[in-house]
Design a protein. Structure first.
Length: 366
């Protein structure tokens, strides 16, 4: 059995629920039998290795532990996992990757080795890095990992000329989007999307028609000119909404939004719009490690213009919408020359019924 693969599947259960901590899975193996399994619990609670060791009970002496991330060696909200592993009598530790956190970064491995424990690094390492790509960016830069997601027709439209956009993609693709929301710390959308579609912007179970998920991501609405209506559906949904303005808020405006539970944040740029770079910095300071941007074309285009997008997920439906005035997936300023166009690397393809998904990482210039 591939115990590291099992550990990765456990880690995925923690995605989006444990930020700003990484999502980690761990498996304790004794005599080639998995005797304890665990994954990261919410902040302030137990880490994956501790959960797995507790599940193993008295079978830890001389056993092996597989973990998707190097065990921590510092005191945070919980004691260091390396010390717990040493005390449990573990003989071998297999780590998919080292922790990029400067407080750990090889120190956990060294501490285990000083205690006479054999260590192994790199099993399914790329999968572990992909799983915690948001944590890696956050812990090394202080900024959240930004994913631009959109559904479009074969001719690149996200709505008809009248603004109708329901539905471009099918049920399977929309179910996938709810999973993306569930594993994200924040969902970002422009006010035009709110005005046109009045979306929920929540993570819902089933095919998108089911119940509401236990934990809702922060909803971030980018509103340069302050056009957000108090009647918007996002203000009535479970969870928190952050309205980001590109101009000073009027006192009565701030009071009205506070009354419906929304927080206002003023981040104007020189152009009188929202300063998106500062916004991501503020979100990082709040412990937001991942942002899923769901539109519209102006917001996504602006994020591309500023080089703030890390990953792209595009769902392409086999339909033609047409129309010069129909909305497109990516607006903004764009580039003048084809050679300056943004390139995706590590591109992958997927299928959701009749819809095609293309995802990849934005290649960083230089």
């Amino acid at each position: 059995m591939d115990y590291m693969e099992l550990a990765l599947s456990l880690a995925r259960l923690a995605l989006g629920q444990v930020s700003p901590n990484p999502a980690v899975g761990a498996v304790v193996v004794k005599n080639n039998i998995a005797v304890g399994q665990g994954y990261t619990q919410p902040p302030g609670s137990r880490h994956a290795e501790v959960v797995a060791l507790e599940k193993a009970g008295g079978k830890t002496q001389g056993s092996t532990i597989y973990t998707t991330l190097e065990p921590c060696c510092h005191y945070g909200q919980t004691p260091p996992c390396a010390q717990v592993i040493i005390a449990a009598g573990i003989s071998e530790v297999h780590m998919a990757m080292l922790d990029p956190n400067p407080l750990v970064s090889g120190r956990g491995k060294d501490e285990l080795e000083r205690a006479g424990i054999k260590t192994f690094i790199g099993e399914r390492g790329q999968e572990a890095k992909d799983l915690n790509e948001a944590y890696i960016k956050f812990i090394t830069t202080g900024r959240p990992f930004v994913t631009a997601k959109y559904a479009m027709s074969l001719d690149g439209k996200i709505a008809t000329r009248s603004g109708d956009s329901k539905w471009i993609s099918g049920d399977e693709a929309r179910h996938y989007v709810h999973n993306l929301r569930y594993t994200s710390d924040a969902i970002m959308a422009g006010v035009n999307t709110v005005l046109a579609d009045d979306p929920h912007l929540t993570a819902r179970c089933g095919s998108g028609r089911g119940g509401t998920a236990r934990r809702q991501p922060l909803r971030v609405i980018v509103d340069g000119k302050g056009r957000m209506p108090l009647t918007a559906r996002v203000l009535r949904e479970p969870g928190k909404t952050l309205l980001v303005l590109g101009r000073p808020a009027k006192p009565e405006e701030a009071a009205a939004f506070a009354q419906v539970g929304a927080e206002l944040l003023e981040l104007s740029s020189a152009e009188g719009q929202v300063d998106l770079e500062r916004l991501l910095k503020v979100l990082g300071e709040r412990g937001i490690t991942s942002v899923l941007v769901e539109g519209g074309g102006i917001l996504i285009g602006s994020l591309f213009d500023w080089g703030l997008v890390d990953k792209v997920i595009a769902v392409i439906a086999p339909i033609i919408i047409g129309g010069q005035k129909a909305k497109i997936a990516v607006s903004g300023k764009g580039v003048d020359r084809m050679v300056d166009s943004l390139k995706l690397e590590r591109v992958s393809l997927g299928r959701f019924g009749p819809d095609l998904m293309i995802s990849g990482y934005v290649a960083k210039k230089g």
